[in-house]
Write a protein that binds this ligand. Structure first.
Ligand SMILES: Nc1nc2c(c(=O)[nH]1)N[C@H]1C(S)=C(S)[C@@H](COP(=O)(O)O)O[C@H]1N2
Ligand SMILES: [Mo]
Length: 258
């Protein structure tokens, strides 16, 4: 395994996890001395169990206003360091564009105003981070499926890759670019949205301004912040470590179902 941060390593070895996520995923039952192996098998088991019992289309639980956490932790990157991002933030993201390209019939760019003008979905859901904390927030954004329909997917399309503005520790060939990917089942899931608002306000920088992914049936690290580009691909072998995401390239499972 490549180098991972201390808190992550503790998780991989100790097998600690948010109580809710652990109970749902059956991690406790599988706890052994070798945390890494257990994590992997538990995640694979989760995926199979979900497919068999619920199907990937099942909805994540939605909560009520009174359940919203009074404070929602900021985790991972809290502010992309590039000059490009600083300039975009300075201009209140008026010059920011979300690019959608790759295996699409009509590549397009969307401004924040374009996205806000589209039909929106609001959902109050629980975010579960593998580091052992959860928080409930209210997210508003554009269903990813409707954007993908508007650009038209080519027949070879299999995954949506989310390219982010930030870099974390540069352990892979000098690249620490954050990125994530999901398959088309999750991309068209009704609760998969590109969120520009949280708890009724524009997304704060710490939470991924101006736009982040919410893919509610998966763990925290899949919820990519600081979105710049969505690339539609048929394989992620050409991307950085080839495992489909920043944390995946550092030993985490690609399918982080909860
Ligand atoms: N671009 C980017 N997205 C990211 C991260 C990150 O460091 N960079 N961290 C991930 C992790 S591990 C978690 S738990 C959540 C944290 O989201 P929050 O800061 O809104 O709590 O974002 C995820 N998405
Ligand atoms: Mo996380």
């Amino acid at each position: 395994m490549t180098k991972i941060s201390l808190s992550r390593r503790r998780f991989m070895i100790g097998g600690t996890l948010g109580a809710a996520a652990a109970a749902l995923a059956g991690y406790e039952a599988l706890k052994q001395d070798d945390g890494t192996t257990v994590l992997r098998s538990a995640e694979q088991l989760t995926m199979r169990t979900q497919r068999l019992l619920q199907g990937r289309g099942a909805l994540a639980r939605e909560f009520s206003e009174s359940d919203i956490s009074p404070s929602f932790r900021v985790n991972g990157s809290t502010m992309p360091e590039s000059d490009e991002y600083a300039a975009l933030l300075d201009g209140k993201f008026a010059d920011w564009r979300l690019k959608i390209d790759g295996l699409v019939s009509q590549p397009r760019e969307f401004s924040l105003a374009d996205l806000k003008a589209l039909p929106a979905r609001t959902q109050i859901t629980r975010h579960d981070c593998v580091e052992g904390w959860s928080a409930i927030g209210r997210w508003t954004g554009v269903p990813l499926g409707s954007l993908l329909r508007s650009v038209g997917l080519k027949p070879a399309a299999r995954f949506a890759v989310f390219h982010c503005a930030d870099e974390l520790e540069k352990t892979l060939d000098g690249s620490g670019r954050y990125y994530e990917s999901i398959d088309l089942i999750d991309a068209f899931h009704p609760q998969t949205i590109l969120a520009y608002a949280m708890n009724g306000k524009d997304l704060a920088v710490g939470h991924g301004a101006p736009l982040r992914l919410r893919v509610e049936r998966q763990l925290g690290y899949k919820q990519a912040k600081y979105l710049m580009r969505i690339e539609i691909i048929d394989s992620f072998s050409g991307l950085w470590g080839g495992n489909g995401g920043y944390w995946e390239d550092r030993g985490y499972e690609w399918y982080a179902g909860i």
